[in-house]
Design a protein around this ligand. Structure first.
Ligand code: C5P
Length: 234
């Protein structure tokens, strides 16, 4: 039997009709659809509305806002009529900025992005963090939640530390997972399987190419991939 799994499907495509096709193929299996910066800058609010017309699942706007509090507040307010369930901000934007976003869109889960997993330890030092990525991520997650964020995006390797520090009220969302179903790793390194991420305490896993990638042939196969992963998460 199919039911929605804790999967956030990344609609990473420059083609709106393709995105709508992916939604159709995975409807009822995926809990949340994630629209990133590329999608928003290409299709804007109208694109988001088209997506909303095609699904009753939640929308995750992954715009990673990072600016002065006033600007972030205005930007979040501009998005409020789209009613995204999740909206990302960089936790490193600071307490006042995060709170400004939370106050602008009180019904949205403002979601703090901790340390980008694309940064190496050397990069983390270079941009000025005193501590390593894992310790810095817990500090940023703590700051974000204290400032009102209700969700956190982090590497699967940081789930346990963040869950231990912040308890069960915060929603933990993790990309960087790869199912053991033959999907290519692509550019993801140091991955866990979706099942391992959920076992470690993530509420949702973000998945893109293992479901939507070119290696998956057609809508039927795409649904099969999604259902296969969903079944491992039950
Ligand atoms: O295709 P794949 O499963 O790698 O897609 C993962 C999604 O999660 C992409 O939208 C990517 O931008 C996003 N993401 C990530 N790693 C992060 C943050 C976001 O892969 N650290």
């Amino acid at each position: 039997m199919e039911m929605k799994a804790p999967i956030v499907l990344a609609l990473d495509t420059p083609d709106l009709e393709t995105a709508l096709g992916w939604i159709k193929a995975t409807q009822g299996v995926v809990s949340v659809y994630k629209l990133g910066l590329e999608f928003y800058l290409t299709f804007g609010r109208d694109g988001v509305k088209r997506v909303l017309d095609h699904t009753d699942s939640d929308i995750f706007l992954d715009l990673k806002l990072h600016d002065i509090p006033h600007t972030v507040s205005s930007a979040a307010l501009a998005l409020s009529s789209l009613h995204p369930k999740y909206l990302t901000v960089h936790a490193s934007g600071g307490r006042a900025m995060i709170t400004a976003a939370v106050e602008a869109v009180p019904t949205t889960f403002v979601t703090g992005v901790t340390i980008l997993t694309s940064l190496s330890e050397k990069d983390v030092q270079e941009v000025g963090f005193k501590e390593n990525a894992a310790v810095s991520a817990v500090k940023l997650a703590t700051l974000a939640v204290e400032a009102g964020a209700r969700a956190i995006v982090c590497s699967p390797l940081e789930i346990i530390d963040i869950r231990t520090a912040l308890g069960n009220d915060v929603t933990i969302i993790t990309p960087g997972v790869r199912p053991s179903n033959g999907a290519p790793a692509d550019d993801q390194v140091r991955t866990l399987t979706p099942q391992q991420a959920i076992e470690r305490g993530a509420n949702f896993v973000v998945i893109g190419r293992p479901i939507t990638g070119e290696w998956v042939n057609g809508a039927g196969a795409m649904r099969e991939r999604a259902v296969e992963i969903a079944e491992q998460l039950r």
